[in-house]
Design a protein around this ligand. Structure first.
Ligand SMILES: CC(C)(COP(=O)(O)OP(=O)(O)OC[C@H]1O[C@@H](n2cnc3c(N)ncnc32)[C@H](O)[C@@H]1OP(=O)(O)O)[C@@H](O)C(=O)NCCC(=O)NCCS
Length: 367
């Protein structure tokens, strides 16, 4: 079985195997990919077979399971290139990250998405004190990935090469983040919204499969199920409007809104629980943060607060937003309370939807 190292919304990083000769050969044959690695020279196929691939496989053993990972596009299964996460020589708590993507994968944010996930993994699962990356000073695209993934410029330095390539005279650069900087950056992220697109459904499927989401949002997550549930929202013909929550421009979850009156059965459920809502023009919201690395960082709270504010501006007739939450789902009702919602009712809802099972709260935020 091939070992999967991590998954992001759009990427899967797995170990390389002996079956990756063609993938690596193609990657190493593109002069634009190799430009900043060896001046653009393609690597012969027998060198991939006899040296490059065996070295990658050997590194997993030497580096305690770390090394270079094959990046696979989750929506197509296609090979995109490689990402590296390796302990720096002579240290156990300093890790180097790197990437090399085929040209067809450039310009889509994959570099930043993979780099961020590796940095997160290093600081959480691996107990890193410092994560760094190096490249040639003239490699602007790679430097942008470093900056966008939160690494900070540290130094420019010069190395002596036997066979220097174009641009070596400008030196190499190092970008890094230490643990304190990483902790601080977790509270600074920018949270924004955009409409759900059909191309988000693959990521949404992965988010719904996350046990922490599935527990509270137990919907089927097959692509056909998602098309039938969200297709009309995407096309603008549903009464529910679904937005993607972006964190520093990266998709992290969804948040949706609807007018309660458009769902008479639901309206009845909440009015039965809280009769004070009868006659109030209300809306409802639902939300999920799909990836563990974005949860428990205050992002849910900020998303709910900003989305509610926006809802009141855009739906000027709505007097209150009403949300029902299972009592066991503390992160959810705490995020609501911290966004200005108050608990108005506790009990069991007269609903047979699995996400309403067990004791629930009704929380309300008035305009
Ligand atoms: C519910 C959810 C959106 C909250 O967003 P979040 O960004 O994780 O939450 P926040 O970081 O803003 O924290 C909100 C509160 O939950 C607490 N919390 C969050 N994650 C926690 C965890 N794993 N363990 C314990 N407490 C946690 C926080 O400490 C905070 O409470 P506090 O004010 O008492 O300190 C998110 O956790 C999520 O998507 N969960 C899965 C799907 C879901 O439950 N959707 C809602 C269905 S009603």
């Amino acid at each position: 079985m091939v070992l999967v190292f991590l998954e992001t919304s759009r990427l899967l990083l797995r170990q390389f195997t002996l079956a990756d000769v063609d993938n690596l050969f193609e990657l190493h044959s593109d002069p634009d990919v190799m430009r900043f690695l060896n001046g653009g020279k393609p690597t012969p196929r027998d060198e991939i077979e006899a040296e490059v691939l065996p070295r990658l496989l050997g590194d997993y053993v030497c580096h305690g399971g770390l090394g270079v990972w094959a990046a696979i596009e989750r929506s197509t299964g296609g090979f995109l290139g490689g990402f590296a996460l390796e302990p720096a020589e002579g240290t156990r708590r300093h890790f180097e990250v790197g990437w090399r993507l085929r040209k067809s994968a450039w310009g889509k944010g994959y570099g930043t998405e993979g780099a961020r996930a590796l940095i997160h993994k290093a600081f959480t699962d691996l107990g890193a004190q410092r994560v760094f990356a190096e490249t040639m000073a003239v490699n602007t695209a790679s430097r942008r990935v470093m900056e966008k993934s939160g690494l900070v410029f540290v130094r420019r330095f010069h190395l002596t090469w036997d066979d220097p390539i174009d641009g070596t005279e400008h030196g190499e650069v190092e970008y890094a983040l230490d643990r304190a900087g990483w902790e601080a950056s977790r509270t600074k992220a920018t949270v924004s919204f955009r409409a759900l697109r059909r191309s988000d459904l693959v990521a949404l499927s992965g988010w719904l499969a996350d046990p922490e989401v599935h527990r509270w949002w137990p919907d089927p997550n097959g692509l056909e199920d998602l098309e039938s549930k969200y297709g009309s929202c995407i096309d603008g013909t549903s009464a529910t409007e679904v937005s993607v929550i972006e964190v520093d421009a990266e998709a992290a979850g969804i948040i949706q809104r609807y007018r309660t009156a458009d769902y008479p059965d639901w309206s009845e459920v909440i009015e039965r629980a809280a009769p004070s809502l009868v006659g109030v023009t209300s809306a409802g919201i639902d939300y999920l943060i799909g990836r563990g690395e974005f949860r428990n960082r205050g992002i849910g709270t900020r998303a709910i607060a900003a989305f509610t504010k926006q809802l009141f501006v855009e739906w000027s007739d709505v007097e209150a937003v009403v949300v029902t939450v299972q009592q066991d789902n503390r992160p959810s009702w705490r995020a609501l309370e911290r966004s200005g919602y108050e608990r108005i009712w506790a009990g069991s809802l007269a609903s047979d939807h699995p996400s309403d099972a067990g004791p629930a709260y009704v929380l309300l935020r008035r305009r």
